[in-house]
Design a protein around this ligand. Sequence first.
Ligand SMILES: *Cc1c(COP(=O)(O)O)cnc(C)c1O
Length: 404
Amino acid sequence: MADKQTELIAQAENDLLHTYNRYQIVLDHGDGVYLYDVNGKKYLDFVAGIAVFALGYNNREYNDALKAQIDKILHTSNYFYNEPAIHAAHALKQVSHMDRVFFTNSGAESIEGALKAAQKYASNRDGKNDHEIIAMEHSFHGRTMGALSVTGNDHYREGYGPMPMDVRFARYNDLESVASLMNEKTCAVILEPVQGEGGLTPATYEFLKGVRDLCDQHHCLLIFDEVQCGMGRTGSMFAWQKFGVKPDIMACAKALGCGVPVGAFLTTEEVGQNSLHAGDHGTTYGGNPFATAAVCEVLKLYEKYHLVDHVNEVAPYLEEKLDELVSKYPCISERRGAGLMQGLYFDRPVAPIIREAMDRGLILINAGADILRFVPPLVITKENIDEMISILEPVIAKEDGKRS
Ligand SMILES: *Cc1c(COP(=O)(O)O)cnc(C)c1O
């Protein structure tokens, strides 16, 4: 007889739309930085649900806060105020140094809102409706049509017809390339301060500062997508804060709810006052009391655990250990990343390495076919990093032995 996991997977493949080639694991529960499948097998988790579960799994205080909110009210509507959303917006403003908050249900929705705000800001200013946006090659902003239209990866866009916005793609970290695309129609530049899916590539200070200056000269807005690199992952609450280059609009999600689906886009007061007004944008679920109770508790626990300081303490150790792998194994060409958002570049597809690591009890993912990605829970310790390396290194050594 097939085991429980095999049966469940067969059922899933019968019922779910096949939009993912899933790993053959049915996850059941988590504790700290460990996950367990339905057969009880234990895994060390270096994915965190893709940069989501910053606090680690089964955090008592987080769980209690959510349970308390369930017993009060889960959902109202944005026609009313609710207390968790009021507190969450205020707390998010304080850590982000932005001025206005709009809560969404996902990263892609935050991008949609950011793009709408930028378009509206421009059309309120010049009365026109034919603005252009500059986005980056190798960017990733989500799977909805607006977010797709600024995603610089043909594979994600193919077959979906004309994209809804006029977008030009510049080369990341190449200021000249951005400057050459800017014209009187440009209303915004959108970029990730550290590219996630595109290869864990951090922006240079010169690039971010240069784009900021270009935007100011041309009266266009700078949008930062901090959906993956935000919320402490790179060693500051939001990645731009380390650079000291502030956006006009910022999108945030993933770790914002640590498992509860919630995102937000935030604006400066200037953009808030002059873009989306009453009736211009909305959402049924966005910012509901359950999701924003999660945000409140997440931000509270970040502060309580000094999570951003912790990232700065452990990330150099992870970098050191990954650099050792780079120098030891010719099949790895380089490491890229910032903080607890790291990638190893291989000369071959990493899927076999990921599968073998999973067999040995370590969960990792890729970013593109040839890049191994490390986005662990932010509470990860040096001991956890040692454990990860002790599982991963023999797998890489074996793979390296095969030569490409
Ligand atoms: C994950 C991601 C998104 C999309 O977020 P969803 O919640 O999947 O819609 C957008 N931008 C970046 C940088 C991301 O990593």
